[in-house]
Design a protein around this ligand. Structure first.
Ligand code: SFD
Ligand code: AMP
Length: 611
């Protein structure tokens, strides 16, 4: 590669990732910070980037406070119940009390909502979910962000955060590279909002070979939202709380619209209801939690997994009844055509017409994220008026690094936010970031040339490794001097699968496995210094892999720390097969020392601010 161009951008607020959280942040930053310079750096193109790229068929978090359908307290109870007691109730409440206004904005901006013909209200899919014609959800939301931001840098993979050199533990911006031109980008910013999404492909997926890109969570969700803060020593929480999803087989089509709106149900291979069979078994593991309503997502998975292990799989979704109604049949297909086209294609290609055949379901590989029925992510300060002292150290949604904020999957403790809640969190984070900047007054950020030049060398090293190592190619693309990103990714996925509770071991792990997993991740990290990238696309893959590897280490550290099985159906600690409220009704926190790479773990109390 020839000379690398360096592009500088100085701004007040830098938003990393223009997905749901990032677009929300840009929109709200402009509202409160009319005079501020707001910049988005996005790996893809915000019009179609992130988990909502293909569209969605439902907005899964809407209170309906205007009609008294639900109140924020109800949503806190729901999220807490589903997560087996452990969420950040202050953050959850804060999101819930603002989410309706976000949804109303989406409608104002042109997103088509389905309406109940009798009441004129948004059509409910379930208690929390409303139905949309959402193929263009992302471009509509992106338009609002485009109108708000001063500049949007598409195709920039952010690799590292910059730290202010005039004050300890304060962020000062970020660096990355343009995946098309190769330019090196240096963003100096007073505040940074990380909205870089969750993590797929840290565990081996069920899809292999040429199909490996088909996962439920977006394959481009590369754990950057976790790696960026971890690299600068931000605390993380609940990173063990990976999520396993019940999905239609092979296409990973979501099931919510089917269960909730079409009222379809599951049965085993012999046409039997099976969930109730596992009641006693589950009760012995988790006690009263099995009696909670609705049954927590992980416990529904548990019954599914056990029934299959008992030899009575596959589990089918009974669609044949609902699909006799032509309207429901249309909804069933449209649900996928507007959100997960691959599922409709799988059915067409496998001769599955759900009107006549009950399709198979599966349980997915684990994903790490913070916005679905799970709450992994960074440990963040809560809102002033709600949060107990221990959860509050300054500005809403600010991590334990000053000036570093987060939204959506990036933040921990905030389950069941989904698309609308993630956008809302972006808004809340940006509002606080504006206040933070105002409070800084005339203080300036100092970033030395050395800081970003050192990172520049690190960022492009995989291309250097390749150009030197290719002289030693022994056959095809194989060189003894480097590892290609795909090889490193498959190695990471295999380690996580076998040692940290993936599909290959029925989600089972234990202390010896986790300790060995950490050793293997350690050698993988060493080898990643020798990763080779033959072009800019592979350079992006290399950095995605490095981010996934750091996040994976964090997941394993947390899984090792929590000595109980809190969420059967997500993963099992074989050496601690029961939920243990006496010792583990807590949130887990980690911090990786940026200098030594050592991890420190601690427990944080769970405060129940809602009855
Ligand atoms: O049915 C970098 N989600 C659903 N939410 C709903 O409200 N309703 C649904 O119906 C949902 N379903 C669903 C959902 C997701 C998927 C994939 C499917 C179905 C198939 C969940 C939401 O999509 C999710 O909660 C939010 O999108 C999370 O928001 P956020 O902002 O945390 O993540 P993002 O939108 O993926 O955006 C991340 C952005 O960051 C970029 N990025 N940019 C620069 N540098 C880097 N290093 C970067 N790394 C990543 C990304 O490109 C992206 O733009 S259902 O299953 O429940
Ligand atoms: P999914 O399509 O599985 O991602 O789910 C979409 C929404 O429906 C989420 O809010 C889920 O928690 C909820 N959901 C899915 N399946 C069920 C179920 N069987 N019972 C209650 N809620 C569900």
């Amino acid at each position: 590669m020839g000379k690398i161009n360096t592009v500088f951008e100085d701004c007040d607020i830098l938003v990393i990732g223009g997905g749901m959280g990032g677009t929300g942040a840009a929109y709200e930053a402009r509202y409160w910070g009319r005079d501020l310079k707001i910049v988005i750096a996005e790996k893809a193109n915000i019009d179609r980037s992130g988990a909502v790229a293909q569209g969605l068929y439902a907005i899964n978090c809407y209170m309906g406070m205007q009609w008294d359908e639900n109140q924020p307290e109800d949503h806190v109870r729901y999220a807490r119940n589903d997560l087996m007691g452990l969420v950040r109730e202050d953050l959850a409440y804060d999101m819930a009390r603002h989410v309706d206004s976000t949804v109303h904005k989406f409608e104002e901006w042109g997103l088509p909502f389905m309406k109940d013909p009798d009441t004129g209200r948004y059509l409910r899919e379930g208690k929390w979910q409303i139905m949309i014609h959402g193929e263009s959800y992302k471009p509509i939301v992106a338009e609002a962000a485009r109108k708000s931001a001063d500049k949007i840098f598409n195709r920039i993979m952010v690799t590292h955060l910059l730290m202010d050199e005039s004050k300890p533990n304060r962020v000062g911006g970020a660096v990355g590279f343009n995946v098309r031109t190769g330019d090196f980008h240096v963003f100096r910013a007073k505040a940074v909002v990380v909205g870089a999404g969750g993590a797929s492909h840290i565990f081996k997926p069920r899809s292999t070979g040429e199909g490996m890109g088909r996962t439920w969570y977006a394959p481009w969700s590369s754990a950057s939202a976790y790696a960026l803060p971890i690299q600068v020593g931000a605390k993380m929480t609940q990173m063990e709380n990976r999520i396993v999803l019940c999905r239609f087989k092979d296409g990973y089509g979501p099931v919510g619209a089917y269960f909730l709106h079409l009222k379809t149900y599951t049965q085993n291979a012999y046409g039997e209801e099976y969930e109730s069979k596992w009641y006693e078994n589950t009760r012995q593991m988790v006690g009263d939690y099995i009696d909670h309503h609705p049954t927590p997502t992980c416990l529904r998975n548990h019954a599914f997994i056990e029934e299959v292990k008992a030899g009575r799989g596959p589990i089918h979704m009974v669609t044949k009844e609902a699909f006799q109604d032509p309207h429901l049949e249309t909804v069933g297909w449209e649900n996928f055509l507007g959100m997960t086209v691959g599922q409709a294609v799988v059915w067409a290609s496998q001769d599955i017409d759900p009107k006549y055949i009950n399709p198979e379901l599966t349980t997915s590989e684990p994903y790490v994220m913070g916005s679905h029925a799970t709450c992994s992510g960074a440990w963040a300060s809560g809102p002033e008026d709600l949060s107990p002292d221990e959860y509050q150290w300054g500005y809403n949604r600010m991590m334990t690094v000053d000036g570093l904020f987060g939204a959506g999957d990036a933040l921990g403790g905030t389950a069941h936010a989904f698309s609308s809640g993630s956008f809302t969190e972006g808004r809340l984070a940006a509002k606080a970031a504006v206040k933070y900047i105002r409070d800084m007054r005339t203080e300036q950020i100092k970033i030395s040339e050395k800081q970003y030049q050192d990172l520049k060398t690190v960022i492009y090293k995989p291309m250097e490794n390749y150009s030197v190592g290719q002289n030693e190619i022994t056959g095809g693309t194989v060189s003894p001097s480097y590892l290609l990103p795909i090889q490193g990714l498959q190695r990471l996925e295999k380690i996580m699968d076998e040692y940290a509770g993936g599909i290959g071991v029925n989600y089972m792990t234990n202390e010896p496995l986790l300790l060995r997993g950490l050793e293997l991740l350690g050698t993988l990290q060493e080898d990643l210094d020798h990763i080779g990238a033959e072009d800019l696309h592979q350079l992006m893959r290399a950095w995605e892999l490095k981010h996934r590897a750091i996040a994976s280490e964090c997941v394993v550290q947390h899984t090792l720390f929590r000595k109980e099985t809190r969420w059967p159906g997500y993963y099992y600690r074989g050496d601690h097969m029961k939920l243990d409220d006496e010792n583990w009704h807590v949130l887990t926190l980690s911090r990786r020392d940026p200098e030594s790479g050592e991890w420190e773990m601690e427990k944080a109390p769970v405060y129940h601010i809602v009855d």
